[in-house]
Design a protein around this ligand. Structure first.
Ligand code: ATP
Ligand code: MG
Length: 402
């Protein structure tokens, strides 16, 4: 089984090139190595768009079309909608009980975003809690890895703290001892004695052989005893190792270098700044947008030499152009050998070429809307199986199984 990766995107409008190069392109690559779970984070969209939720509903399936157009493969990735799985909200509520307020107030993006999105009232309980909802999203699928940029690393760290606290509070103690005995009782008498000998040997000597023998008993039970669950195996593994039960495994951040794409005005490309080139913009729209994109402000006249480091078009060359083109740009710009429109043309051509397969795949999907719904349906049900099992374990661990 391949390790699981989990990530989501908020359906708050059409996707742009920043989303593609900053996230989606990496998602597509991860499919080769991981069991990928990608979700439409509509609850997260509500944390900032609770006053105008219409855009969310109208963006959900369009976003999935952009994902599929970019190369997500529903046979390899589980694609689903967050709010269709009430388990996310349930785990969020249960985790909220023991999460100190300070942990959330300290998340660096919290104050940041409140500063940045001044036009929205984000002094809400939901907005404060969104990193915890993210923790629930990750933990409910027991994801091993979460792809993150620098700014999101603190969210994975919070998730790890939340999991550690949960396992500490509910992964040991009397209730658990009862569950361990119940699981042990399902083994044959011989296996019970044998397992106990290995557990004691491992506890006293730390011998790897004893651990392996104990684990072999658990593996046999998992394949041979009807109704034996993954939770039962985890329970006995914890008992064998003397570590208590890991109910919610801690995820790890999967750091990837991704470019930050500027928009037409030189600020970060963002749909909320109105400076974006959309993944599905038509070629003439792309041409129009790039041609009016800002350049080095010091290069006022055609004869003024420019500084590529001060020009957002240069950031596009870094993403889209080969060595030779970049050399041509650098040389031409710094000596006023080429004009800005000349410099922009290879970028326009590269974007239009990149978009071509997206446009074709999107057109095919738009012609068959049922197919997209069906993909999301299948993904949502696959995710539900995993989420339900985790919630069963969580409820049991917290003693909510009456
Ligand atoms: P927007 O910023 O356009 O309003 P959003 O806030 O709904 O979109 P984010 O959560 O900011 O969406 O972005 C989703 C993913 O896309 C994140 O991984 C983010 O880092 C990435 N991303 C967004 N904009 C850019 C960009 N301009 N350059 C690189 N990556 C980006
Ligand atoms: Mg953003």
């Amino acid at each position: 089984m391949r390790p699981r990766v989990l990530s989501g995107m908020r359906p708050t409008g059409a996707l742009h090139l920043g989303h593609y190069h900053g996230a989606l392109k990496n998602w597509v690559r991860l499919q080769d190595e991981y069991d990928c779970f990608y979700f439409v984070a509509d609850l997260h969209a509500l944390t900032t768009h609770y006053e105008d939720p219409e855009v969310i509903g109208s963006s959900v399936y369009d976003m999935v079309i952009d994902w599929l157009a970019a190369g997500l493969d529903p046979d390899r990735s589980t694609i689903f909608i967050q709010s269709r799985l009430p388990e996310h909200s349930e785990l969020f509520t249960l985790l909220a009980m023991g999460t100190p307020l300070g942990w959330l107030e300290r998340v660096p993006t919290y104050k940041d975003q409140i500063e940045k999105l001044k036009d929205r009232d984000l002094a809400t309980y939901g907005f404060l809690g969104y990193p915890l909802l993210q923790a629930a999203d990750i933990l409910i699928y027991k994801a091993a890895f979460v792809p993150v940029g620098e700014d999101q690393a603190s969210h994975v760290e919070l998730t790890r703290e939340v999991a550690r606290r949960f396992n500490h509070l509910y992964g040991r103690g009397e209730r658990l001892a009862g569950q361990v005995s119940a699981a042990l009782a399902r083994l044959s008498k011989d296996d019970q004695r044998y397992f106990d000998r290995q557990r004691k040997a491992f506890g006293q000597t730390g011998a790897a052989e004893a651990l392996a023998k104990g684990e072999a008993v658990i593996a046999r039970a998992a394949s041979g005893i009807a109704g034996w669950s993954a939770g039962d195996s985890e329970l006995l593994t914890g008992h064998l190792r003397g570590s208590g039960k890991v109910i919610l495994p801690e995820p790890q951040a999967l750091h990837t270098e991704v470019p930050k794409l500027p928009g037409l005005d030189g600020a970060k490309m963002s749909k909320s700044y109105g400076n974006a080139i959309l993944m599905r913009d038509e070629p003439d729209e792309v041409t129009r947008k790039i041609r009016r994109m800002v350049t080095d402000p010091a290069r006022v006249h055609r004869n003024d030499p420019g500084n590529p480091e001060k020009c957002p078009v240069w950031d596009f060359h870094k993403v889209y152009s080969d060595e030779a083109t970049r050399e041509w740009v650098w040389q031409g710009c710094t000596t006023a050998g080429i004009g800005c429109l000349e410099c922009k043309q290879p970028v326009i051509d590269a974007i239009v070429a990149e978009q071509k397969p997206w446009r074709e795949r999107a057109a095919a999907l738009l012609a068959e809307p049922k197919k997209v719904h069906w993909i999301v349906e299948a993904g949502t049900e696959r995710a539900r199986t995993v989420a339900k099992q985790t919630m069963k374990d969580v409820r049991e661990a917290m003693g909510l199984n009456y």
